[in-house]
Structures are given as C-alpha cells and as structure tokens.
Design a protein around this ligand. Structure first.
Ligand SMILES: Cc1cc2nc3c(=O)[nH]c(=O)nc-3n(C[C@H](O)[C@H](O)[C@H](O)COP(=O)(O)OP(=O)(O)OC[C@H]3O[C@@H](n4cnc5c(N)ncnc54)[C@H](O)[C@@H]3O)c2cc1C
Length: 425
C-alpha cells in the first residue's frame, strides 16, 4: 500500500463515515501513524440521501472528500480500498489493493441494508444507503413517469405510479413526505398529460406505529402530517415477497407496484476474519466492551453502527444513528491517546441528544431530552441541525441555497435522469 514505516504505532481505521472521520480528526498531532481506508473517496451524509433521491439536492452536496479531512496532518494517510478480510494473528488487513499491517485496528464500516434473508426482495427492491443507490432511485422514479406517459395499459400505468415504502422509521417517513411534496408541486407541472392523482405513496410498517423509536406524540403527528399529504399508511403489516411487480404481505393486502423502496432494516457491515463469538448473529454487529474493544482482542476496536456495546440502558447496543457513531469516534480517540500516554481509560457513556424527522415542507417532529415539539418550528430546528452537521462550508452553503430556492420556488431542480437505471430482468 506504499505507507512508510515509522517508529510510531500504526492505527488503521476502516471506514470514513461519521465514526471513522471523528476518530481520525481527534488523533491528529499524536505519536501515531494513522491510515484511513474507505471503499469510497468521500464521506456520505446519509440523513439527506432521500433528498438526493427525490431531486431536492445534488449528490455532491452531501458528500465530502475524505482526503480533505486529513489534509496537511503529518503521519496521516488515506487509501481508497475495500477491506475484505482481517488476519488478527498476523495483525494485517487484506484489501483489493494489497495487505497492510496494523498495531491498532478500528472497524468503522457502518451498516448495510438488511433484507432478513429474502433474496427476491433484495433483487427487485430499491435500497437507499449510498449516493449511487439514491441516484438509482431518483432515475427510477422519473423513468416510471416517462414510461407511464407512454403506456395505454391502465394497470401498467397505475403500477408505474405506485410507490411502496417498506419501513416506517425516519428513512421511510422522510422519503414518503418528499415523494408527496413531489406529487403536489412538481409532477403535475412536469407531466400535465398524466393524471398525477393516480400516483399512490404507501408506507408499510411492520410495527403498530411509525417512528417507533421516537415518542408516541411524534409518531401520531408524523402520521397526521403524512395522511394530510395523501400518503397511505398500513401498520402491523409485513411485506413478504416482491417479484418486481406484485408486492405480497402477510395479510390480504397486496400491491402492484413498479417501485418498492426497502427501508425496513439495517445490519452491521462486518468484515470477515473475526471469531464468530464476536458477532451478534441477527444484527451482524460486533460485540465490544465499554472501551469499544472487540471482545477477545487486545488491539482491535469497533465503533459506530457496526459496533454493539451492550449496557444496562442499551442492552441491544446503541441506536444505529449518527450521534452514537460520532461520540464513539471521539471517545475512542481519547482512550487511544490515554493508552499511549499511560493515562487511565474512560468507559464510553452515550449522551442522547434526541431524535428528529421531517415530513415534507414546514413539517417535522423533534424529541429532545426534556421537550418535544412538532410542526413549523420543529422543521426549522431539523434544517438547522442537519445543515450544521454537514461536513464542509461548501456543502452547507449549497444545501442552504438549494433549500431556500426550493422553498421559495416550490421546486426541485435536480430531477434529472443523469444515469438511467436499468431494472433487473
Ligand atoms: C437514508 C438514511 C437516513 C438516515 N438518517 C439519519 C438521521 O436522520 N439521523 C441519524 O442520526 N442517523 C441517520 N441515519 C443513520 C446514520 O447515517 C448512521 O448511523 C451513521 O452513518 C453511522 O456512522 P458510521 O460511521 O458507523 O457508518 P457510516 O457513516 O455508514 O460509514 C461507514 C464507512 O465505511 C465504509 N466501508 C464499509 N465497508 C467497508 C469496507 N469493507 N472497506 C472499506 N470501507 C468500507 C463506507 O464506505 C462508509 O464510508 C440514516 C441512515 C440512512 C441510510
């Protein structure tokens, strides 16, 4: 990999997401050599992927070059590579560009979509975990309307304008809200010769309420907002099959839909090579202790979505969200520095800053520790928090300008089919 040897211990961080970037930033100017590895040369701000998918933001505005994060820091290296395996006996990682030895290894590979073993759903549905996937979805949504214009078969046209979102968590709710805004403000203007009222947006939620990790009032309000926007909500229903056209559920309900978006679950994006006992089977997360050390290893750590730290308050691990990832990244840096300077380590304690979700224009729900609010003010808070969580001044400026423009003009200018999406046969 062409990384020079130094007398400093080498920390290899796999993954430049929220956790990996925060760790790297907080390790600067220490007596360590830091190598950050990611399969992309950019960091993705996943909370705004749905806006890329619905033509509200350019993909570049929610991605940030990883090399820029570590620019001008001595002893820092970035390599664009996919890690396929870890050899803990030889203290090496194996990647598509070669092997690399480590003194400390930090796995910060995040999560991937969980289809719960249903390969047909995996093949035919759309996921929204990365920038390319969001661009695929954006293309597919627009291609469906182009195709709907051409067909005289009513059933086919309805299926092309029928969107099924599986999962009523923040991703499903936010996407449904954005699609509903497109239905109201954009699509009737772009496709005047189609009856856009035929477009259906459906959320299928396995549990008995939307946003089930938030307060009940947030769930109720989100549901009210979505119903007001014309979204159909089906609760206590599980999608069990999809063949690219027909969606089957565990009830009598079924749909004919050209687009199913799978937002029903994630699992850890683990890397091969750790002992089986370290991995939690169903969630595929790596078991770590309160110092983020992988159980059974002295010098291997995991942080962020991929790590499962079971505590009294969070027996199933911390929520797979940005805040735990950011806080674990920062905390592990503290402990690594403490270890090399012979200071006592501190166990990780998660500070829950709350949760929020937006449901279209002027509508959001916010649960903070002591207060909960919904509506326009919540929407401004949501925008402010997301804007300032983005990395890079350019990204913040571009997103802000886009939002102001979209708000004033009721528009979404990036409804472009740049890279046509070809459906799987
Ligand atoms: C659509 C969507 C909306 C979301 N909305 C919110 C929200 O509103 N609020 C919130 O708090 N959280 C939200 N989340 C969750 C949040 O984005 C994650 O919890 C957070 O990104 C986890 O950070 P991480 O550093 O663990 O992983 P990630 O940010 O996923 O980063 C992992 C990195 O590892 C790299 N990688 C993975 N495998 C390999 C490999 N084998 N080799 C090399 N590199 C690898 C990836 O390329 C990636 O850069 C959302 C997620 C999605 C998908």
């Amino acid at each position: 990999m062409n990384i020079p040897k130094t007398s400093f211990p080498r920390v290899v961080i796999v993954g430049g997401g929220f956790a990996g970037i925060m760790l790297a930033k907080n390790l600067k100017n220490q007596e360590l050599q830091v190598v950050l590895i990611d399969k992309n040369n950019y960091h993705t701000f996943q909370p705004l992927l749905y806006q890329v998918a619905t033509g509200g933001l350019e993909p570049d505005s929610i991605a940030f070059p990883i090399r820029k994060v570590i620019k001008d820091i001595p002893n820092f290296y970035f390599r664009l590579a996919e890690v396929s395996e870890i050899d803990t006996n030889k203290r090496k990682i194996i990647t598509n560009i070669g092997k690399l030895k480590y003194d400390y290894l930090v796995i910060a590979t995040g999560s991937k979509t969980n289809y719960f073993g249903n390969t047909k759903i995996e093949k035919f549905s759309m996921a929204m975990k990365s920038v390319p996937q969001s661009l695929n979805l954006r293309s597919l949504i627009l291609e469906n309307f182009e195709d709907a214009l051409l067909t005289s078969n009513l059933e086919e046209r309805n299926a092309l304008m029928n969107f099924v979102i599986v999962g009523g968590g923040p991703t499903g709710v936010e996407l449904a809200g954005a699609l509903a805004e497109m239905k109201k403000g954009i699509l009737p203007k772009d496709y005047p010769d189609l009856d856009i009222r035929q477009m259906q947006i459906n959320i299928v939620q396995g549990g008995n309420r939307l946003l089930n990790t938030m307060s009940e009032i947030a769930s109720e309000k989100a549901e009210d907002f979505l119903i007001h926007l014309g979204v159909n909500i089906y609760k206590n229903v599980h999608v069990v099959d999809y063949d690219g056209y027909k969606v089957d559920t565990n009830t009598d309900l079924n749909f004919e839909a050209a687009t199913v978006i799978w937002a029903a679950g994630v699992k850890g994006a683990t890397v091969n090579g750790l002992q089986n006992e370290c991995i939690i089977e169903r969630a595929e997360r790596i078991k770590v202790d309160e110092f983020n050390k992988v159980k059974g290893y002295k010098n291997v750590f995991a942080i962020g979505d991929v790590a499962c730290m079971s505590t009294n308050q969070y027996p199933k691990g911390h929520p797979m969200m940005a805040q735990p990832a950011i806080q674990q990244g920062k905390h592990l840096a503290y402990n690594m520095i403490a270890e090399i300077t012979n200071k006592p380590l501190k166990p990780f304690i998660y500070k829950d800053k709350g949760a929020m979700a937006t449901i279209g224009r002027n509508k959001a729900v916010v649960d903070l520790k002591k207060i909960r609010f919904q509506g326009v003010f919540a929407w401004f808070v949501w925008m402010f928090v997301h804007l300032f969580s983005l990395i890079g001044f350019r990204n913040r400026a571009v997103v802000f300008l886009n939002w102001v423009y979209n708000y004033i003009r009721f528009d979404r200018e990036t409804r472009l089919i740049i890279r046509p999406f070809k459906k799987k046969p």
